[in-house]
Design a protein around this ligand. Structure first.
Ligand code: SAH
Length: 383
């Protein structure tokens, strides 16, 4: 039993904290084996050497207690309250320290904490994003309205207290929604974004861009995915569900051409910026439903992709997508999934239509939680 956290029963963020880390890995291994073991022997899960403080994105909620003290922590839907947490086993330590610094300065300058019951007050919550490989730190202050009392003083006192903050952004969220960010942002200090390096590529991260939360394990996952793709520099690669283009951009160093497709327009904007940042000119990105994009590819005269990366959300891929994959018939498919149940369903579909599972590799991206990520290599059965 891991007793290092005294709020784990209330917080419900870490479902497996009652097991040792070794037991957790075994639990996840069995979970993947039960679902994916019918295709091939499952590799041993890649665990984390130091499975703590890995989260590079931390949201902290503030409330004022009756005593006037500011309490910070995580939202609890069951009580519509917050569980007080100042230092979480999962969070990057710099991120937790920054949230405490915000609390200290808010108290000192008498900045009012937002009260969801009355709708009064100013400061709602913070989002801190840290870059693992560059050490940059972004603080987003989520406020109920735009008029920031003692703004300059707040920023300068905060930087004095925690000089490692690289940029500070004010996000205005007028809706009563608990942890969500609003659409309006004002940069108060620095560039308004941070940069991280993943598998040798640079990535800009702004307050709302999607970026994997465990950078140490993401590198292991992506390295495994790239290894499975067996790129020689000659291939046309398609990165489906590409997000901000991370996998495609990393793969582009070893491929002839990469095309990424993703539904979220903002993520594609970030992906294009990231391509420029890394001076990659053999990559292009498109905003579209992945199934529709592939379906159109089957009707085009263009040469089909040799290698396909697939990294869908929990729901997995739809029939249009899978049918188009079978029509396009890439030599190799590298399927990354955060949900082995839908991955099993989709892989079954492909194995019944000319594909063979070569390798299955689970990776522990979220230690202490019940989530497990799996990357699976499929190749076309030669006729
Ligand atoms: N490959 C990326 C992101 C994976 S998350 C990475 O490793 O960082 C899954 C992504 O699929 C999300 O960015 C989501 O916006 C996108 N998505 C969801 N439904 C989609 C669809 N129907 N077509 C294309 N992309 C979709």
């Amino acid at each position: 039993m891991n007793t290092e956290c005294n709020v784990y029963k209330k917080c419900s963020g870490c479902q497996l904290l009652n097991m040792t880390y070794e037991e957790q890995l075994k639990w996840k291994q069995i979970k993947v084996e039960r679902l994916m073991g019918c295709f091939k022997k499952v590799n041993r899960i890649i665990g984390m050497e130091n499975p703590y403080h890995y989260r590079n994105k931390v949201q902290t909620l503030f409330r004022e207690a009756k005593s006037g003290k500011i309490v910070s922590g995580v939202y609890q839907s069951a009580t519509n309250g917050i569980v007080a947490v100042e230092s979480c086993l999962l969070n990057n330590k710099r991120a937790d320290r920054i949230a405490i610094a915000v609390k200290t300065v808010a108290k000192r300058l008498d900045i009012k904490i937002y009260n969801p019951k009355t709708g009064e007050g100013f400061l709602k919550n913070t989002l801190v994003r840290t870059a693992h490989n560059t050490g940059e730190n972004m603080l987003v202050l989520v406020t109920a309205n735009e008029k920031f009392p003692k703004k300059e003083q707040f920023v300068s006192e905060l930087l004095k207290l925690y000089p490692k903050i690289t940029t500070i952004v004010q996000n205005i969220n007028t809706s009563p929604n608990k942890m969500m960010l609003g659409s309006k942002e004002v940069v108060l200090y620095g560039k308004g974004k941070i940069q991280d390096i993943l598998c040798g590529c640079k990535f800009n991260i702004s307050p709302r861009s999607f970026y994997q939360v465990n950078p140490v394990q993401t590198e292991k996952l992506y390295n495994k995915a790239i290894e499975m793709a067996q790129l020689t520099g000659k291939e046309f690669v398609l990165d489906a569900y590409c997000g901000t283009g991370t996998i495609g951009l990393i793969a582009s160093k070893y491929a002839k051409q990469v095309v990424g497709v993703e539904l979220n327009a903002q993520a594609i904007k970030d992906a294009k910026e990231n391509a420029e940042l890394n001076k990659r000119n053999n990559v292009s990105f498109f905003t579209k439903d992945a199934g529709q994009f592939l379906d159109e590819l089957t009707q085009d005269e263009v040469a089909p992709p040799d290698v396909l990366f697939v990294d869908p959300p929990r729901a997995g891929c739809n029939r249009l997508f899978l049918n188009s994959v079978v029509k396009i018939s890439p030599s190799r498919i590298v399927y990354i999934s955060c949900n082995p149940t839908t991955q099993q369903r989709d892989v079954m579909f492909l194995t019944e239509r000319g594909y063979h599972v070569e390798e299955i590799q689970p990776v522990d991206m979220f230690p202490h939680t019940n989530h497990v990520e799996t990357v699976c290599l499929l190749s076309k059965v030669s006729k």
